[in-house]
Design a protein around this ligand. Structure first.
Ligand code: AMP
Ligand code: MG
Length: 886
């Protein structure tokens, strides 16, 4: 029979708003079964196949939506074809028998797999159905419908009618089968109301609502720029116990709603929003939720597509609890229901969310007295604008709710698809445990899964490592400055003499010596001399205004300041001892040697001032163990076994510079000193001289090199630190070097000793805006934690915490807020002392961290950490700044 002969002409109607959206979605992805709604009803008991088929045709005869087709062409993309309600349609219905198969169920599964993805042709027939015999007393009724003609409730209507018609057919009374209310009536109802005042009001409401769009959801990875329609259904095993607890909660005061189903829907909406808030980090959220649009008894008994999706929006506030979010959801749901007029949704609604909650209230009973189990088969496709769909059903009125996540495979990797139900269930269990608890307080991962770094603190200090070089290569040049050089032996000897003089003045472990010297060989001698006697050096930038220097000196209370005639001015009114190196240094010949003090790993090596969490500069006490660990690692990472020459061209008062001071000196290489020169950019001179192998610099420094031709440069390695490094800059510079340069992005606060993480820039792999900050260096650990210091899953943004041997001892005279940045091991579930960086980060798929900016209002100006609240005072501290208008 040709379709024409089976099909009587009928009446044409426009599509409803909801149908139009589905039609448009399907048109964009022709051939993909995005909207197949596939059900397999497993019926236990004997059935007569031929009778069943007759009952099914009787259903088609009485249910107009099953006779719908879209025979015409679309006039335009905006004007879809009309739907034809055919007078008569002889529906294809297959009667299959798999019972003779060796494994009828396997055969069924294979058959369903093939048929669920059927490309239903809207010109012909928008469903496929069959009765499959598995055994004399086991049948499956298969019904696959295009969403254009159905929704879950509609399926329940069809099931109920079919089983009643089957009973009538068995009794020989099929002709008595009553008609079903017509879907056409709903279509007309929807059209008739299109310009009604209620409808206009509703449209205006949504227009206003949708004006401020919510940000797209970013789950565990960057959302795909163009997601396909492939989705995977992942079961979230709730179980009977949790289901009962959720139902009980929904009946409690504070959660109760107009109906138990509404309350349970609101519970799931709350959980889904909580999950989104925690995983995407978004605060303004929206989820699509279907409105049923079956406002009358007639429509409740009608088969067809009624549901229409509207966005439910919520804003998460500081300290939001499950209970407070639930109250918001309840209000939003009420408002949504008020404005969810049939036909009010459109493309703008569809764009307002990328996550959907489908809470299905339909259920199926027995099939003419035969126990029936409903299987909802996922065709593996979905609307590509929905990255995640949470489906909740109670089809069989069972003890356990059916909960599934349909996840777009381009937005979630295989591994990540299993994380979704796991993280959702952690939130759900927390909700059940205590609805009054703060969302931020729920650990998405078990803190017990984290282990502290097994740190091996180095036994040697930088002094030991330097002296080893001085012994093994005494004649090698250790330092060069404007044509003057010092060998390792000379530098060592001069530092020894200074150390001896310092010891005579009482310098030793626990004391501090400030150094106010410009970049010069003397400055290096001073640093080594102070370190040799186990005191801590406090570098002062001689370009700092006297007020800032005075504050530092006041807090650091140094034993003395090493300076020179030219630099002394910067010390202002300082009334402590200020000496030249020559005044302090003692020759080997003179006097009785003071008791030799040498630094050990537990001593403080230097005090560097940086913005604390209050914005006021804080002295960070950095220990020898952390320093030795960093420089040893840096040598291995950047030089391997080779000696390396580094330029000293940045301020001695920045911890960034520490790399250029010590790494060359423990490798047998040279420190090439570039003294400050008025009106000159030191880094340019470094490039022109072409006398070094490795340069440690900030991205701002690096941007000054962008325009230079660096192809002939000796430099083999650039170490970037202090600020976010952009991929574009790294790429340009790599090109300037003719590809012959290694660029490392080193991350680290002063409090974790110069650098605690590193990533080698890879032009092929690093395609985001910023170069990742990478992984922890040796003997340090990095953790991305939530507001309660619980570990976060890969891909979720949180605050970066650092642990391991690099952590500073603390601050000099800390205020409570700054002191709290160091979290004692007792307060961390995995027993590791941590430093709270205030930086936001997340781990990407390759297991490397990405830097996401500050969590507070700190900014960097010329490499100096500044709290925005203190910007005026801080800027006045800059050399040359006289006035500051903020
Ligand atoms: P400081 O204590 O002066 O070294 O400043 C440390 C701060 O500088 C960190 O907390 C970050 O905010 C920022 N920082 C340091 N290195 C990097 C980097 N490689 N990428 C992005 N930010 C960085
Ligand atoms: Mg730093």
């Amino acid at each position: 029979m040709t379709p024409e002969s089976r099909t009587a002409p009928g009446e044409d109607r426009e599509l409803t708003a909801s149908q139009r959206l589905i039609w448009t979605g399907q048109r964009l992805q022709p051939g993909e079964p995005l909207y197949n709604m596939v059900l397999a009803f497993h019926i236990s008991g004997e059935l007569e196949s031929a009778t069943f088929a007759r009952a099914f045709q009787a259903l088609v005869d009485r249910c107009d939506v099953l006779r719908v087709a879209l025979p015409g062409d679309a006039a335009s993309p905006d004007t879809p074809p009309r739907q034809r309600f055919r007078e008569r349609f002889e529906a294809p219905f297959a009667q299959l028998d798999f019972s003779a198969d060796t494994d009828p169920r396997a055969r069924l599964a294979a058959w369903l797999d093939e048929h669920k993805v059927l490309d239903l042709d809207p010109r012909e027939c928008l469903f496929e159905s069959a009765l499959i015999r598995l055994a004399p007393d086991a049948y499956v009724w298969y019904l696959n419908q295009h969403h254009l003609i159905t929704d879950a409730w509609s399926c329940a209507v069809l099931f109920e009618r079919l089983q009643a018609f089957y009973a009538l057919a068995r009794a020989g009374r099929l002709d008595d089968a009553p008609g079903l209310p017509l879907y056409r009536d709903y279509v007309e109802h929807e059209h008739a109301r299109r310009d009604s005042p209620a409808q206009q009001k509703s449209r205006a409401y949504w227009e206003a609502r949708l004006r401020s769009p919510t940000p797209p959801s970013r789950f565990y990875r960057e959302p795909p720029t163009e997601a396909g329609g492939r989705t995977e259904r992942v079961v979230c095993v709730l179980g009977a116990q949790r289901s009962a607890a959720l139902r009980a909660l929904a009946a409690e005061p504070g959660f109760r709603a107009f109906t138990g189903e509404l309350a349970l829907f609101q519970v799931f909406a709350t959980l889904l929003l909580a999950y989104l808030a925690r995983v995407t980090g978004n605060r303004t959220l929206a989820i699509g939720t279907p409105s049923h649009n079956r406002g009358s008894a007639q429509f409740k008994a009608t088969a067809g597509l009624f549901i229409e999706i509207f966005p439910l929006q919520a804003t998460i506030e500081e300290g939001e609890t499950f209970a407070s979010l639930y109250a918001k959801v309840a209000r939003a749901a009420q408002e949504l229901l008020m404005h969810a007029q049939p036909g009010a949704s459109g493309a703008a609604h569809n764009r307002a969310y990328d996550v959907l909650l489908n809470f299905i209230t339909a259920s199926f009973g027995d099939f003419d007295g035969r126990a029936t189990r409903t299987e909802w088969i996922h065709a593996g496709y979905g609307d590509r604008s929905h990255l995640l769909r949470l489906q909740v059903e109670d089809f069989d009125r069972a003890d356990a709710l059916g909960v599934y996540f349909d996840l777009n495979v381009d937005a979630f990797s295989r591994e990540e698809r299993d994380w979704v139900p796991a993280h959702f269930l952690r939130l759900l269990d927390a909700f059940l445990d205590d609805p009054g608890q703060v969302l931020e307080g729920v650990a998405l991962l078990d803190p017990a899964s984290v282990t502290a770094v097994a740190a091996a603190a180095p036994a040697e200090t930088v002094v030991d490592l330097f002296e080893q070089q001085a012994r093994s290569g005494p004649e090698r040049v250790a330092l060069a400055c404007d044509g003057v050089t010092l060998t390792y032996a000379e530098l060592d000897r001069r530092a020894d003499r200074l150390a001896r003089g310092l010891r005579e003045r009482g310098a030793g472990p626990g004391t501090r010596v400030a150094i106010a010297l410009p970049r010069s060989p003397e400055a290096l001698v001073a640093i080594l001399g102070v370190l040799k006697c186990a005191a801590a050096y406090v570098p002062l930038d001689t370009a700092y205004p006297p007020a800032r220097i005075a504050r530092i000196l006041d807090a650091a209370a140094p034993l003395l300041v090493l300076s020179d005639a030219a630099a002394r001015d910067c010390l202002g009114e300082f009334d402590g001892e200020v000496s030249d190196l020559d005044e302090v240094a003692v020759s080997e010949a003179g006097g009785a040697a003071p008791p030799a003090s040498r630094p050990g790993p537990a001593d403080v090596a230097y005090v560097i001032y940086t913005s604390g969490s209050t914005g006021k500069p804080k002295g960070v006490l950095v220990g020898h163990a952390g320093l030795a660990n960093y420089v040893t690692w840096a040598r291995k990472q950047y030089l391997g076994e080779r000696p390396g020459d580094f330029p000293l061209f940045s301020s001695l008062a920045f911890d960034l510079t520490v790399t250029s001071l010590f790494v060359p000196l423990i490798s047998g290489g040279r420190v090439v000193v570039y003294p400050e020169r008025a009106g000159e950019i030191a880094v340019h001179r470094v490039i022109e001289d072409n006398a070094v192998d490795v340069v440690k610099l900030t991205p701002v420094h690096l941007s000054l090199l962008q325009s230079l031709d660096l192809a002939g440069s000796r430099i083999h390695t650039l170490i970037l630190g202090g600020e976010d490094l952009k991929v574009d800059l790294a790429r340009t510079v790599t090109r300037r070097f003719g590809g012959e340069v290694a660029i490392y992005n080193e991350y680290g606060p002063t409090e974790a000793t110069v650098g605690c993480m590193v990533h080698r820039f890879d032009p092929a792999r690093d395609t985001a805006t910023s170069v990742p900050i990478g992984r922890a260096i040796d003997n340090l650990s990095v953790h991305v934690l939530d507001a309660r210091r619980n570990p976060l899953p890969r891909g979720v943004a949180g605050e970066l915490y650092i642990g391991g041997v690099g952590l500073a001892h603390g601050y000099l005279d800390p205020d409570p807020a700054s002191a709290a940045r160091f979290v004692p091991a007792e307060d961390v579930p995995w027993g590791e002392r941590l430093y709270r960086s205030g930086d936001l980060a997340r781990c990407n798929e390759d297991g490397v961290l990405e830097y996401l900016g500050r969590e507070d209002h700190q900014v960097k100006i010329r490499g100096v950490r500044i709290e925005l609240g203190e910007i005026e005072a801080a800027l006045l501290d800059f050399p040359g700044v006289r006035e500051c208008v903020v």
